[in-house]
Design a binder for this molecule. Structure first.
Ligand SMILES: [Fe+2]
Length: 478
């Protein structure tokens, strides 16, 4: 059954803002096809009215600013009761998903097949509620939004040099319709919609939230009027649908008040979450610019905190520079070379990769560091050796993107067997997820991190193999 057009009203979707002794602050948005305001949200019998956030061509977006006190069990909206975990001290469960879509034909995939892992995650949430849903990149696959307009039809291979203002305004409207339609269809599906109504999200984008390979493409495409229009529109709807926000909110939500970099950091009791924006400032020879790196360098970890570092592309990986070197010598492999350029391991980014790894080792002296990543449509994990204990990396991808072949996963596993040590004395090992024999598991998947009695662990939810045994993440874990 293909997706049907979005209903009159979708949402609420919750976006995490802060967590402290007063409870959990979230913003919620509801999107309507007409201009009638949606119903108020009731928390412990207090009514919260929405305010109009954005008027889109065919929709209105309404926002609620809410605080759930620690003893609250959720909220009521439009006759339905939604359960929300409002106490973050003590036991805590965090879901992690990435790669929610596919490059071609994503909106016409049969819903039960496309969203099978979302349904499983929702089932798990009903048994053991998650307090937070981290979305690690490629929340939509926008690749097709450039189709159907003369200025962007051949993006990124053939980009018009000097388009007129009127044509560009027309392109902006075309791209806006494409992004809005995609977000509403993807978010509006039953299982992700219910999860996002009960579990506040924290999201960081990757390339497909803009277009395949954004930042790693040729400068003449990225910096063209068409490329900049695409980025501007992608960013507007990334803020709106992945952060429940508009441009004026940027200084409150992100570490760079100017918004050149949309990296964010949040503190929950005993845990720091940091998500560097690896897309806004990416260029052929740069992962992050001055604002992006400033946010990383200024991050200090309180002693004893557990750091969860969200790296949209894996920070610990095999020696891809070998493959990249080979591909650069074969013109037909150019497309794959762009994909490799997206990785931390690219030869063009080696100094920045080492800089980030050194920073991670500094944080590791204060407490455990767990990197969570997506991007590769496989489940895997890695460890980087360090004196206080390993830095863990957990890769979970994709929640709806189908896995590549088992042969591809095996090939990558062989490459990973070569090992990699970008910093002397800190070798990186790629390892199977618990219960699996091979380094890369070619199944759709999601991840749930859990703190029980102060001890952190993680389990992958694999499409065919089921839920893995836990991987212990805390120092001195039992
Ligand atoms: Fe992806």
């Amino acid at each position: 059954m293909p997706h049907t057009s979005p209903p009159t009203q979708i949402g609420p979707f919750l976006y995490f803002r802060a967590s402290d002794a007063a409870g959990v602050a979230v913003d919620a948005i509801v999107i309507r096809k007409d201009t009638t305001p949606p119903a108020p949200i009731l928390i412990q019998d207090t009514s919260h009215a929405p305010h109009l956030l954005v008027q889109l061509p065919a929709h209105t977006v309404w926002r609620y600013r809410l605080t759930l006190p620690p003893e609250a069990t959720g909220y009521r909206f439009d006759g339905d009761t939604y359960r929300v975990t409002a106490h973050h001290a003590g036991d805590l469960r965090i879901g992690f998903v990435s790669c929610n879509g596919e490059e071609h034909g994503d909106l016409t995939r049969p819903e039960p097949e496309r969203n099978v892992m979302w349904h499983r995650l929702l089932e798990q949430h009903r048994k053991a509620p998650m307090a937070l849903l981290v979305q690690g990149g490629d929340q939509i696959y926008a690749d097709e939004v450039t189709d159907g307009h003369p200025l962007s039809e051949n993006w990124p291979d053939d980009v018009p040099l000097d388009p007129g203002a009127e044509d560009l305004a027309d392109l902006e409207a075309h791209l806006s319709r494409g992004f809005i339609d995609r977000y509403l269809t993807v978010l509006g599906a039953a299982a992700p919609a219910r999860l996002m109504a009960e579990v506040p999200s924290l999201a960081i984008w990757d390339d497909h939230d803009i277009c395949d390979g954004w930042g790693s493409l040729r400068q003449q495409a990225t910096m063209s009027a068409v490329g900049q229009c695409l980025f501007r529109v992608a960013r507007r709807f990334y803020l709106l649908f992945q952060h429940g926000a508009v441009e004026a909110d940027v200084p409150d939500l992100f570490l760079d008040a100017q918004g050149y970099s949309l990296s964010w950091r949040h503190h929950l009791p005993g845990v720091t979450l940091l998500a560097p924006d690896l897309r806004s400032e990416r260029r052929r020879r740069q992962v992050m610019g001055i604002p992006g790196w400033r946010a990383i360098d200024e991050t200090r970890l309180a002693a004893g905190d557990h750091m969860i570092l969200v790296s949209s592309v894996p920070l610990l990986g095999p020696r891809l520079s070998l493959v990249e070197g080979l591909m650069m010598s074969i013109p037909k492999m150019q497309k794959y070379e762009d994909d490799l350029r997206d990785q931390w391991q690219s030869r063009a980014h080696r100094a920045e990769w080492q800089r980030m790894l050194r920073r991670v080792l500094e944080w590791r002296k204060a407490g455990p560091v767990t990197v969570i990543s997506g991007e590769i449509h496989l489940a895997t994990r890695a460890e980087m050796k360090s004196a206080p204990g390993p830095v863990h990396q957990l890769v979970a991808s994709g929640i709806s993107h189908r896995a590549p072949s088992a042969g591809y996963a095996r090939g990558l596993g062989l490459l990973a067997g070569l090992g990699e040590a970008p910093l002397a004395d800190h070798p990186i090992r790629i390892l199977p997820v618990p219960g699996q024999k091979r380094r890369y598991t070619a199944e759709r998947n999601a991840l749930v991190l859990e703190r029980v009695d102060g001890t952190w662990s993680a389990r992958w939810h694999l499409e065919s193999s089921g839920i893995t045994p836990p991987l212990e993440l805390s120092d001195g874990a039992r």
